[in-house]
Design a binder for this molecule. Structure first.
Ligand code: TGC
Ligand code: FAD
Length: 388
């Protein structure tokens, strides 16, 4: 049973089906029971709670919105609610599920051969195999089209050379979906753990998303069988279409972090006494709480509408950009304000605030920075690309 009641100021629960509410409550209870008691320890140690991988698979959190091949086949409202609840636990846990489901299972499901789907999807859905997504390079982050990682057709195999950086789950992964240029065109390849010339050292020293494993991927003359190319897509729209899915999940997830911060702040300010009364009785504090509620409520309406558009097949990627940038922005502002409202206690790991605040610095940066999404919208409004 979940101990967290959620925030539902505009009765959005009434807009959810019984199944959607039930999925949300199941994840919520699981996060209370399995994530919150251990996550501060992992965040401090800089480790990912590996014991949760198979559990997440068993619970249907991995590739939740995909059909067949052992995938749960839930709708996008359910997928969003899963992300929201996981991220109330920690962005690292939601990141794990996002990468596995939207960035690894989705491209295999959408663009893979039958052999690739049968080999990987059931194991990835069950959490028995782990995947990662290699797009970003040391010199190509916001501009992935400039990538220099390259595959060469050698007749009976491809030869892969290059490096990726900032790759979530990289060191843990059994399979990496790697984007590289073949004859100058971006293609997706499945690189498997243990292949000669492939290494995935963990990147150390992060102050953010500490409970997530982030890695480099290094390809030094990796011989890839011909069957390891994703046959169904060519060009930058391949990786960008995966990002669409993951950004959708992040729009919900960031709200979860914001909701966690809001809940902690209501509890704290109604019990913390200064000047002889709870600090929640001061107008400046109430103003901030009202602002948090306002932004969370607007964010909830945004993602619910987005979910319905996605389920109806009407979603355009610019709508996802707007939701990702808005909800990450309000979440990080809420976390920073919550930190202030906790006073000195706000820096302690006894409260979830500073962990969420630091995590959100990654969340607002990855999957397209705030300003990249601004420019995506600018291009949609004006028809003029700021990238060219
Ligand atoms: P551009 O000319 O705009 O697009 C090239 C082709 O792609 C199509 N397209 C999209 N398709 C689907 N979804 C989208 N969101 C799409 N955006 C564009 C576009 O129509 C075109 O198709 P076609 O058929 O004409 O070829 O490309 P550009 O080079 O101008 O770049 C645009 C820009 C800057 C928006 C894009 O490069 C971008 O999004 N940059 C941000 C990079 C990024 O988000 N990287 C994320 C790496 S993965 C990650 O961070 C995982 S974190 C995971 C975790 O831990 O949770
Ligand atoms: P840059 O592109 O160098 O940007 C630096 C600054 O310049 C930003 O403020 C940006 O907004 C601004 N800027 C860039 N271009 C423009 C422009 N045209 N106009 C105005 N401003 C601009 N990548 C993966 O492929 N897979 C992963 O699993 C993954 N996981 C990640 C996990 C973590 C914890 C982090 C932090 C990152 C991860 N990333 C991953 C990488 C992430 O997607 C990139 O960091 C992100 O896309 C930004 O690229 P960059 O860091 O190179 O910043």
């Amino acid at each position: 049973m979940a101990t967290y009641a959620g925030i539902d100021f505009y009765n959005t629960d009434d807009m959810l089906t019984e199944e959607e509410r039930s999925v949300r409550d199941t994840v919520r209870g699981w996060v209370d029971e399995r994530v919150l008691p251990i996550i501060e320890g992992h965040s401090t140690a800089g480790t990912f709670p590996m014991e949760l991988c198979k559990e997440m698979g068993e619970m249907g959190f991995l590739g939740a919105n995909l059909e067949g091949y052992g995938c749960p086949g839930l709708n996008n409202v359910c997928y969003g609610l899963i992300c929201q609840e996981l991220e109330r636990g920690d962005s690292a846990v939601r990141s794990f599920a996002s990468v596995q489901g939207s960035l690894v299972m989705f491209p295999i499901h959408a663009y893979g051969s039958e052999d690739q789907k049968n080999k990987w999807l059931p194991k990835l859905a069950a959490g028995e195999a782990i995947g990662c997504f290699g797009l970003t390079e040391p010199d190509h982050g916001s501009d992935p089209g400039g990538m220099v990682t390259k595959a060469v057709d050698m007749g009976d195999h491809y030869l892969l050379n290059g490096a990726k950086m900032w790759i979530t789950n990289g060191t843990l992964a059994d399979v990496a979906v790697v984007w590289a240029k073949l004859d100058g065109v971006v293609r997706g390849f499945l690189v498997e753990k243990g292949m000669e010339g492939f290494t995935a050292p963990e990147m150390m020293g992060k102050h953010s998303l500490r409970a997530s494993v982030t890695s480099e991927l290094v390809f030094d003359d990796v011989k890839l069988p011909k069957g390891n190319i994703l046959p169904g897509v060519q060009g930058l729209k391949g990786p960008l279409s995966c990002l669409n899915n993951a950004r959708y999940g992040i729009s919900w997830g960031a709200l979860g972090a914001a909701m966690g911060c809001f809940d902690a702040t209501v509890n704290y300010t109604t019990t913390r006494i200064q000047f002889g009364k709870p600090i929640a009785s001061f107008q400046l504090i109430q103003n901030k709480l009202a602002w948090m509620l306002r932004e969370i409520t607007k964010g909830q309406l945004l993602v619910l509408r987005l979910a319905h558009l996605k389920d109806e097949g009407k979603l355009i990627h610019q709508q996802v950009s707007l939701a990702k940038m808005n909800n990450c922005d309000i979440a990080i502002q809420i976390a920073r304000t919550a930190r202030d409202m906790h006073g000195a206690n706000g820096i302690l790991n006894e409260y979830p605030i500073m962990r969420h605040m630091a995590n959100l610095e990654s969340v607002i940066t990855y999957e397209g920075t705030h300003d990249i999404h601004n420019l995506v919208l600018g291009r949609w409004i004006t028809g003029i690309s700021a990238f060219e």
